[in-house]
Design a protein around this ligand. Structure first.
Ligand SMILES: Cc1cc2nc3c(=O)[nH]c(=O)nc-3n(C[C@H](O)[C@H](O)[C@H](O)COP(=O)(O)OP(=O)(O)OC[C@H]3O[C@@H](n4cnc5c(N)ncnc54)[C@H](O)[C@@H]3O)c2cc1C
Length: 390
């Protein structure tokens, strides 16, 4: 490993899968993560993996590692949502839309974000540095350095990949401010409860909707996996999402976690049927968290003049609303594509980031547009691209 390393900002899903790809290709890399450790903040929510997402992960990991990954995933029977009116218990009309969520063997495949990160990080540990808050970068004569919030700089790298999520400062710098993120106005609360709280639901992926609120729809999504049902060490998660105006955090502060968020979830769902109430009554209050639902420019990933030594992956370049459940699935495609191009070129050579961005822009723009279209329908969000981004 004599080449200057590939520098990666953020140790999220996309970054760690890229790191894994570089490890396999014997290309040197260093990852810089803002948090103090991989378990620093609640990692609770589960991700549903699409066929594209699973294929991308399989193309990066060696066969044994992929099998370990796949074995850790939960597989739920049925191929779509079972939707209920949370107040009356009636089966929803939209169940008949037949939305297919299955990806392999007809099963819905999902995994906790925290497990996914740990599995991707295997073998990369010594190259992942915590407490490193990347604020931007500087180009050197023939390389690049990441600049940290404390004013220090990284070693010189051949490439900096911004995988530091939707608030990425690398994204702002490399795109010259063209990459924007908008507040949709929709809000969510994420919560967790012991598996026993979900017994009344049955097995599968459930959507519960409440149309009794003045401001509009409140809905919940959760995935009840039969194999984990009797494990007392397992908690299942749920995500409550409200159209703009339904979920409001005190003082508009959506960074609040714990009891305050838990109590708002309980009060919003007070009229729900007893069958669904244990999800809230038994929730682990400390794990509750608000979620401000943001989205990248719906018309697609914008163009910017390519910088051969800096590029972006994951939410840093295409953040999406939860509608469609394709944010992480698109992020892992980036890692697989960029990792493959770097492997083929034997490291960062002229044209690699340009080729990556050309291809990524196409599928990522489609994904953002798809998720936004679904969010417009389901969450009544509307983004005016001429308005102020967040
Ligand atoms: C409740 C919820 C449910 C979801 N469900 C699904 C689903 O079912 N399917 C799906 O495909 N997607 C889903 N998503 C979206 C998915 O989680 C994201 O698209 C995915 O995590 C993006 O991965 P990423 O690596 O780009 O960013 P992240 O995984 O967010 O990682 C970014 C990393 O960068 C670090 N970081 C941030 N700033 C800095 C900095 N300045 N310096 C250094 N490090 C920094 C962060 O601490 C973090 O570790 C869901 C999201 C939420 C919130």
């Amino acid at each position: 490993m004599t080449q200057k390393p590939v520098l990666i900002s953020g140790a999220g899903l996309a970054s760690l899968l890229l790191a894994r790809s570089l490890l396999r290709s014997h290309i040197a890399f260093q990852v810089f993560e803002r948090d103090a450790s991989i378990k620093f903040r609640g990692q609770g929510y589960r991700l549903r993996l699409s066929s594209e997402g699973l294929d991308a992960i399989e193309s990066v990991l060696d066969p044994e590692a992929f099998q370990r990954f796949y074995d850790r995933c939960g597989k739920t029977g049925g191929s779509g949502f079972a939707g209920f009116d949370a107040v009356t218990g009636e089966l929803l009309e939209e169940n008949k839309m037949g939305e297919n969520l299955g990806s392999r063997e007809g099963k819905i495949v999902g995994i906790a974000r925290g497990d996914m990160r740990s599995l991707f990080m295997e073998g990369c540990e010594e190259y992942v540095h915590f407490n490193k808050h990347v604020k931007g970068y500087e180009l050197t004569d023939d390389g690049i350095r990441a600049i940290f919030a404390d004013g220090t700089k990284s070693v010189e790298g051949s490439l900096l990949v911004g995988g530091d999520g939707s608030k990425s400062s690398v994204a702002k710098q490399v795109s010259g401010g063209r990459l924007k993120v908008y507040d949709t106005g929709a809000r969510g609360i994420h919560g967790q409860a012991p598996t026993t709280a979900f017994k009344g639901l049955g097995e599968g992926v459930f959507r519960l909707v409440d149309d009794t609120k003045l401001e509009g729809r409140l809905s919940l999504i959760t995935n009840v996996r039969p194999n984990d049902m009797d494990d007392p060490n397992v908690e299942f998660g749920w995500t409550l999402a409200g159209v703009p105006g339904v979920i409001k955090a005190p003082n508009d502060d959506y960074t609040i976690i714990g009891k305050t968020a838990a109590e708002i979830a309980k009060s919003l769902t007070a009229p729900w049927l007893p069958r669904f109430k244990p999800l809230f009554d038994n929730m682990v209050e400390s794990e509750a968290a608000f979620w401000k639902i943001t989205c990248s420019t719906p018309s697609g990933v914008p163009d910017w003049p390519n910088e051969p030594r800096a590029t972006l992956i994951g939410d840093a370049v295409h953040s999406m609303t939860p509608a469609g459940g394709i944010g992480a699935n698109t992020a892992v495609r980036d890692s697989a594509l960029l990792g493959r191009l770097l492997h083929e070129a034997g490291g960062n050579k002229d044209g690699v980031t340009a080729a990556y961005e050309r291809e990524m822009r196409v599928y990522a723009s489609e994904a953002v547009a798809h998720s936004y279209a679904m969010a417009s329908k389901q969450m009544k969000v509307h983004i005016d691209e001429s308005s102020q981004a967040v």
